[in-house]
Design a protein around this ligand. Structure first.
Ligand SMILES: C[S@@+](CC[C@H](N)C(=O)[O-])C[C@H]1O[C@@H](n2cnc3c(N)ncnc32)[C@H](O)[C@@H]1O
Length: 221
């Protein structure tokens, strides 16, 4: 589905339609929480990964747990976690996303600490109970902030840096969603190089596309 979507968005007509649709701020809602998705921020509407993560964390006991959404985009996952009682940090390299999330947190009367950070660089070293990651995974060099939501670098630089940082941390549970549409084998190899292992804890097929939620653990665990 995402492969088809990417193919479609590269088609000039579809690209025009999609870009003009998302050139305006669009609302996205989940269980009574609404965010305004501003242009240049990852739109959760057309992809299924955000929704799968939302449905997955709906079953977690997050009360008083520290929770990081690394690369929060619209922040709908962060706000939902906060509504379940988690102590939430939402980080991103997209400042427009963080600003919009501050506004959405206020509008929904929820508490989320937003932090500008390139991966874990500016984040607290103290371990989080939960970390949720919906990463960019198409191997291409991003040319704009908008593209950073989709492309992980021609040589998977996002994963190389993220796994290197994760291997030095001591967080309790780190979950990352990946699609069969991306190069899971390559991403798994990068994890192994950093002495990490990816274990699938959930999978869901929507139309023709399978998505997996992986738990990232150190090999020693
Ligand atoms: C696929 S989107 C997911 C957004 C949101 N978590 C969701 O599920 O809807 C990936 C997000 O990661 C952010 N991102 C990309 N590279 C990053 C980096 N090096 N550090 C922090 N965030 C990054 C993008 O700006 C984007 O918001």
């Amino acid at each position: 589905m995402i492969r088809k979507f990417i193919k479609h968005i590269t088609h000039p007509f579809f690209k025009f339609l999609t870009e003009s649709y998302f050139s305006k701020t669009r609302n996205y809602s989940y269980k009574g929480i609404t965010v305004k998705v501003v242009p240049s921020v990852f739109p959760p509407h057309h992809t299924i990964s955000t929704k799968i993560l939302l449905d997955y964390i709906a079953h977690l006991d997050l009360k008083n747990k520290t929770f990081l959404e690394l690369g929060c985009g619209s922040g709908i996952i962060s706000l939902f976690a906060a509504s379940k009682g988690a102590i939430v940090t939402a980080s991103d390299i997209n400042k427009k996303a963080l600003k919009a999330l501050d506004t959405a947190a206020e509008a929904n009367n929820l508490l989320v600490k937003t932090t500008y950070s390139d991966l874990f660089e500016a984040l607290d070293v103290a371990p989080f109970d939960w970390i949720i990651i919906n990463p960019p995974y198409y191997p291409k060099t991003p040319k704009s902030m908008k593209e950073k939501a989709w492309f992980c670098g021609a040589d998977f630089e996002y994963f190389k840096k993220a796994f290197q940082q994760v291997s030095k941390r001591n967080d309790a549970s780190i979950l990352m969603i990946l699609s069969q549409d991306c190069n899971i084998e390559k991403i798994n190899n990068i994890a192994t190089m950093h002495h990490l292992k990816l274990t699938s804890v959930f999978e869901k097929k929507v139309l023709a596309e399978k998505n997996y939620i992986f738990k990232i653990e150190t090999n020693a665990k």
